[in-house]
Design a protein around this ligand. Structure first.
Ligand code: NFS
Length: 671
């Protein structure tokens, strides 16, 4: 055992995780938690000071004034590493969007099995953004044109990608002036790789400018396309009751955990699991049926739309296998740990890979293809059911929480104003009066280097007390769900007085679950509408809002951070900074770090910071919100002014003497 191995209580705040970590120790298997304890991170690589882009190195720049063999300075190396990371993140999100676009095309051509256009209204709205004719045309005709347009965004060589027209006008102008509007999604990713090859772009600021363009290709490109098409094909989310944590696994059923990102497969597995023939097959195997649960963003996709429970977030993938109750873990792309296969060998669990892009040695591969989606989904479920008989001892933690996810942009509009006056007016007004101090988007991963879920939920809870409305996506949303923060009344005793007034009036929880990580684009379009609805300035950077990723670990998170900055947001990441430089030689290696803050803020009004201290994250968030309020001329935040909670009439009556109160309430007159 490494000498600084943390206890389960230090590794996660989640009791279900703690129970499984104890089980892992008992069985003698490793998890990401124990491997993180055993593996000391390389502080040179972590700080972005190692260049391994050619065969003359790797060059590790640890001394003042040192350069690589080619002469590359520390600033160039850090900027190159950073743009490469953002390119990988942008590629991952966007390739997901591309697959969605191909699926939409295949549905429009009638070449798929099991899919349909579920949200025709959204199809028409999205098509209309791009002047695709909608009147008098069938959904498949419109979908065909939209699919063609969206597919073309990836390989487009010149001009601007289409979805950027959905940003505020002022923002588009800034991007135009800076020359950062993506020409084509793939082109920007390829150019990032080209520019960072040995002997190419060596001006750090110039490299970081292309970082913005590459990230915008994700946020206002690939990810936005992914969200649009997922809504069109599977339905735009609306509030629905769900559950989260390992306790959603069932002792008497065949448990199938779907893990990864793209909803094309998971939605079809949901459909197949409800097929009477599959249920009967499970019963013949001695189970009551098939129980589905999700991990990571796949969890969010099917939770938001179908209410399928979430077994957990990123660090729960191994823990769910440790229950011994999972017949199959079905994975597609992204955030899938290679360790799953080796861990599963200790149990009966089958790890089933399904994407032509992702294979893991030792896993069972059943390749998915949207043209035969339902047939393949049933084949996967039958394989899982056949494995039920091999189950050994099971230990499912008795931990699950209810939650209400499903707050899409469209639903928030409806929620705030009904169908006849759908708008963001009440939200803007609440911010303008100070009932809501500001908005925080708390998103992103788990990272085993910090205590699982601690940073996420600490920051959420503290900001709620300060009347900050919180929106969440990704693994951060599941962290809050597991803690019971995504429920209306359940969370209200923990929020500030003004925010509480609004939550009661509108009937919303103080933390809104908006979906998976590609759905961060919902936050972009919400912010845009907040600008358009008036009162909060004329661009996103003027809104009192902050984005936080307290437990980030993936390159996708860096891409999200960069496109949010480019869109005008102040973004704070927890954990280590990939461009920090060595603490003892900051003078020589902090140029990139400063450029991501001051440099980008001057241009875009947004900035990217890294901070390991949650109290400092909270303080910076509140200071930023208050600064933006002051700049807009809004009243300073004052919690004393608000707090009328409960039924106003009853509260008024409570002030009266008992006899008068009884008379008013029950018409009883005392003699
Ligand atoms: Ni986002 Fe979703 Fe989770 Fe991080 Fe991974 S699942 S795309 S990258 S770990 S939040």
């Amino acid at each position: 055992m490494p000498k600084d191995k943390r206890t389960p209580l230090e590794q996660s705040i989640d009791p279900a995780a703690q129970e499984m970590l104890i089980r892992a120790d008992e069985i003698g298997v490793s998890t990401a938690f124990s491997r993180a304890d055993a593996m000391v991170p390389c502080n040179i690589g972590a700080a972005g000071m190692c260049c391994k882009l050619c065969g003359m190195g790797p060059c590790r720049l640890t001394k003042e004034g040192q350069t690589g063999v080619c002469g590359a300075t520390i600033d160039t190396i850090q900027a190159r590493n950073f743009v490469r990371a953002v390119a990988a993140g942008s590629a991952a999100h966007s390739d997901h969007g591309r697959d969605m676009a191909f699926t939409l095309k295949a549905v429009a051509e009638g070449k798929t099995e099991g899919y349909m256009i579920r949200d025709v209204a959204k199809l028409r709205t999205v098509a209309a953004y791009y002047n695709i004719p909608v009147e008098g045309r069938s959904p498949t005709e419109i979908a065909n044109d939209l699919a063609d347009l969206y597919i073309a965004q990836f390989g487009q060589q010149r001009g601007y990608i289409a979805p950027v027209i959905r940003a505020p006008e002022k923002r588009q102008k800034i991007w135009q002036e800076q020359g950062v509007i993506p020409r084509g999604i793939d082109r920007e990713v390829v150019e990032s790789l080209h520019r960072t090859h040995i002997g190419d772009d060596q001006d750090p600021e110039h490299l970081l400018q292309h970082t913005i363009r590459t990230a915008l290709a994700d946020g206002w490109g690939g990810s936005m396309i992914a969200t649009d098409i997922s809504d069109i094909l599977f339905g735009t989310p609306a509030p629905i009751l769900g559950q989260a944590n390992l306790g959603v696994l069932k002792q008497d059923m065949v448990n199938v955990v779907v893990h990864g990102h793209e909803p094309t497969l998971s939605e079809m597995i949901v459909a197949a699991s409800q097929d009477p023939e599959i249920i009967e097959y499970a019963k013949q195997a001695g189970a009551k049926g098939v129980n589905l649960a999700g991990i990571c963003c796949t969890a969010n996709e099917i939770l938001m739309r179908q209410g399928i429970p979430a077994a957990g977030n990123f660090l729960h993938q191994e823990l769910s296998i440790l229950t011994g109750a999972v017949e199959a873990m079905v994975v597609d792309v992204q955030c899938i740990m290679q360790a799953l296969v080796k861990l599963a060998e200790n149990f009966h669990t089958l790890v089933i890979t399904t994407s032509p892009k992702v294979k893991i040695k030792g896993a069972t591969h059943i390749e998915f293809d949207e043209h035969h989606a339902l047939t393949i989904a049933k084949q996967i479920l039958r394989t899982a059911i056949d494995n039920f008989k091999n189950r050994g001892p099971v230990q499912i933690p008795n931990a699950r929480e209810n939650l209400i996810p499903g707050f899409s942009h469209e639903y928030i509009n409806y929620m705030l104003g009904g169908s006849y006056r759908a708008s963001f007016r009440p939200l803007n007004d609440a911010i303008m009066t100070g009932r809501i101090r500001g908005v925080a988007a708390i998103v992103g991963c788990n990272n085993p280097r910090s205590t699982q879920d601690y940073l996420h939920t600490y920051v959420v809870k503290e900001l709620l007390k300060q009347d900050v409305l919180v929106v969440q996506t990704g693994c951060g949303a599941i962290a809050s769900a597991k803690l019971g923060l995504l429920l209306g009344e359940a969370g209200l005793d923990q929020v500030g007085p003004g925010l509480r007034e609004i939550c009661e009036a509108v009937g919303i929880p103080p933390v809104l679950h908006m979906g998976s990580c590609v759905d961060n684009t919902r936050i972009l379009t919400v912010l845009t509408q907040m600008v358009e609805d008036g009162g909060l300035g004329d661009d996103i950077d003027q809104i009192p809002a902050v984005g936080l990723a307290p437990e980030w670990m993936s390159e996708k998170a860096l891409s999200i951070g960069a496109y949010c900055v480019a869109s005008g947001a102040y973004v704070i990441f927890g954990g280590s900074s990939p461009v920090s430089g060595m603490p003892d030689r900051m003078s020589d290696s902090d140029a990139v770090l400063h450029y991501l803050t001051e440099g980008w803020e001057k241009i875009y009004g947004g900035k990217l910071e890294f901070d390991v201290d949650p109290d400092s994250m909270i303080q910076k968030t509140l200071e930023h919100i208050d600064r933006k309020r002051a700049a807009l001329g809004l009243p300073a935040y004052d919690p004393e002014r608000f707090g009328r909670s409960g039924d106003a009439r009853i509260l008024e009556l409570e002030q009266l003497p008992l006899a008068e109160r009884r008379a008013a309430l029950y018409g009883v007159t005392e003699k």
